[in-house]
Design a protein around this ligand. Structure first.
Ligand SMILES: Cc1cc2nc3c(=O)[nH]c(=O)nc-3n(C[C@H](O)[C@H](O)[C@H](O)COP(=O)(O)OP(=O)(O)OC[C@H]3O[C@@H](n4cnc5c(N)ncnc54)[C@H](O)[C@@H]3O)c2cc1C
Length: 302
């Protein structure tokens, strides 16, 4: 990343919210469920699947956490009504993990039960390392209760992940594999770009060796090639795996992947709590300085 971009990443929290909002609008469907429905309809029309995330990491009370769970119910209803091909992704913090494990578990169970009623599926996103154990525990408890319509996310950045694959293997989990966005201390995480890539490839093959369904979530062409080679070598059929990307990131590459015949799922967030998600997306955009500068010029040029 260029020097100016790196400096801006550090300064991003000081950038005025309206600027953050405008330059991050490509990553978010909008504030309302209707915005997500419109975007998913368009994605489906382009041959892509979706996973809808109700933004809510910044919630501060049990009522807000319950409201997020309630919004997921409305999402399932809308998906069925509109006949859209999308599942959902949930963040345990949005369902109240920081306010209490039991509160979160209750909300998560409600979301998974509503999904099951409508034949849908819930992916539990993975957040920073302070939440990994609780997130895996919640997943195990749901599976122990017989819920099959739920999947987990593993992060290649974390050194523990290969061991987590071994520990989870008997459950044959449905896994989204990603690099991991949260910057973690060097004792527990790979910091080097190539080390994260190597770990990603190792974990991917370990998951396939264990017979897991994997959603390969990356925009990194080197890793996508690795995944495609694995699919071919293992003789996986189209329905045995999927590729996943974020809304607004490398859309042209996504079109190419669909054209090649892969199933591609697009992570589609919506909601009023857009700020934390937007900051993370901007912080990993290699051209962040250009976007912020262009937007600021646009504002001052008015
Ligand atoms: C569907 C999906 C779900 C995810 N879920 C989680 C999760 O639950 N937990 C978690 O920790 N992380 C999650 N992530 C984020 C992930 O961990 C990475 O931070 C993110 O995908 C960037 O890594 P990369 O593999 O794309 O490789 P990178 O090397 O970071 O990116 C490859 C290329 O993609 C482009 N690119 C990447 N990001 C941006 C951007 N924001 N704007 C513009 N261009 C960009 C650039 O051209 C870059 O060179 C998810 C990612 C995806 C795709």
């Amino acid at each position: 990343m260029a020097l100016l971009d790196r400096a801006l990443v550090r300064l991003l929290p000081a950038v005025p919210k309206p600027v953050v909002r405008r330059v991050s609008s490509r990553y978010i469907a909008g504030e309302e469920l209707g915005d997500a429905v419109r975007v998913v309809r368009q994605l489906n029309g382009e041959g892509k699947l979706a996973t809808i995330d109700v933004l809510g990491e910044e919630i501060a009370s049990p009522d807000e956490a319950r409201a997020i769970a309630g919004t997921y119910r409305e999402v399932f209803e809308a998906l069925e009504r509109e006949r859209l091909d999308s599942n959902v992704s949930v963040k345990v913090t949005a369902l109240g993990l920081k306010l209490g494990y039991d509160l979160c578990r209750e909300n998560l169970e409600a979301v998974v039960a509503h999904a099951a009623e409508r034949g849908n599926f819930v992916r539990i996103d993975m957040e920073d390392a302070s939440t990994t154990d609780d997130t895996l525990r919640l997943y195990r408890e749901l599976r122990a209760e017989g819920h099959e319509n739920v999947g987990i996310v593993l992060q290649a950045r974390l050194k523990r992940t290969l061991a987590d694959v071994a520990a989870l293997a008997e459950l044959r989990p449905n896994v989204r594999l990603c690099k991991g966005i949260y910057l973690e201390p060097a004792e527990i995480a790979f910091r080097d770009f190539d080390a994260v890539r190597t770990s990603f490839a190792q974990v991917l093959h370990a998951l396939w060796d264990a017979g897991c369904f994997v959603g390969v979530a990356t925009h990194d062409e080197w890793l996508l090639e690795e995944a495609k080679r694995g699919v071919e070598a293992r003789g996986l059929r189209r329905e045995d795996y999927e590729l996943q990307m974020l809304l607004g990131v490398r859309p042209a590459l996504g079109v190419e992947l669909v054209r090649e015949g892969h199933r591609l799922r697009i992570y589609t967030p919506f909601g009023r709590h857009w700020y934390a998600y937007s900051l993370r997306r901007l912080q990993e955009n290699p051209k962040i300085a250009g976007y912020i500068a262009a937007d600021t010029l646009r504002v001052f040029g008015r």
